[in-house]
Design a protein around this ligand. Sequence first.
Ligand code: UD1
Ligand code: CA
Length: 449
Amino acid sequence: MIIDVIILAAGKGTRMVSDLPKPLHPLLGKPLIHYVAAAAAPLTEKPPVVVLGHGSEQIRDSLGEGLRYVIQSDLLGTGHAVQQAEASLKGTSDLILIIYGDMPLVRTQTLEKLVEAQKAHSGPLTILTLMEENPRGFGRIYRDANGAIQAIVEESDATEEQLDIKELNAGMYCVESDWLWDSLAKIPVSSKGEYYLTDLVAIAAEEGASIASVTVADSRELLGINNRAHLAEAGQILRDRINQQWMLSGVSIVDPWTTYIDPDVTIGQDSVILPGTFLQGNTIIGRECLIGPGTRIFNSQVGDQCEIEYSVVEESRLEDGVDVGPFSHLRKGAHLAAGVHMGNFGEIKDSYLGEGSKMGHFSYLGNARVGKDVNIGAGTVTCNYDGQEKHPTTIKDGVFIGSDSLLIAPLEIGENATTGAGSVVTKDVPPDTVVVGVPARKIRRKDQK
Ligand code: UD1
Ligand code: CA
């Protein structure tokens, strides 16, 4: 059976009160619409069709080329939105799965159940419902005395009695294709001047067709995002889900309520995540690490047995056994080899520190390549920027940089050399040489004590 998927995301998202289109509002770092597209993709062999209107260019750029797009120029309601896909899909599939782009927590397995139910059903459509005390503006499922579904009544059109109905419309439907295209044309215009997709249900009921339903067990999965309060609520539910999953996979999360792990992060077994920690983007954390408290790591790779405390790590790479912090900042392109120790108040950008090197106290390295077993004394600064350009600094293996050294780039400091405390190094230093002063000059070779 051939299945097509339509994702509706043309709406203005007025209730978000935002210049950013609703589908692009981030949930744990990723735009809402990406979650929906990812949940739906496994249900079809074909690229899902996304209906776009408001902010279509931006949304398309964000979702990329793996999907098909159609434009709804006038936003005349959810039924009208589906109609925009008719030209591209008519006659090409047996079933159509329609989902709303503002339901980011829906699981693939739930959509599978919906499709399976429709495959087993003789009528033209199956709808997804949830039981909830708090209706949050969702349409109500109206059933007759025998329990047969008769209509979906939108909140604004519901009678007092209908408002009390606890069974709600999730906004996901699996429909026989031919029936869908025929019936869309029969949707009447609503009191708000829109064509509601939900009216398909009444149309089917009037034809005497039976309408099947699947009710989700966990209604938190069907939280629709209409405003920013809903967004925060969804964020919390998703966060719980992700934290649970990591805890069950052998990661200790001391305080899940203050731990924010983005959906694409991975964490190795026996790592411990301390409170107030944010693991973001495509971050990978190895095994037996101790991360936090108060740490943010974005798009970075952290090896095994690393410790990072009260620090910010962005687009960086830490090999095994590195320790950082408290209060350090690794910026884009920082690469710390195995066993590097970076203590407090350090900043590293676009630099490599070789195995076993140490930078224990308030220092800055930019555009530097540092060898093995180097000691960077307190207060060291690579002066890498002359106001116009960035220049490189190379520090070879075994160098000892004295406290408060200023290294004026471009500069190379040879193997096993030493700079004295407070020196301002303006010229390359040969290997095994001690330089001191301002500007630094050679006082001796290390082998001539
Ligand atoms: C809709 C349903 C409601 C259901 C709820 C579940 C209708 C009429 N109502 O209400 O029964 O309980 O979802 O979340 O369907 N869209 C378009 N083009 C349009 C209008 C909307 O593409 O012209 C898209 C929106 O971008 C959104 C989705 O359709 O992704 C739903 O629209 P929205 O306005 O959020 O509908 P609700 O009021 O939430
Ligand atoms: Ca909605």
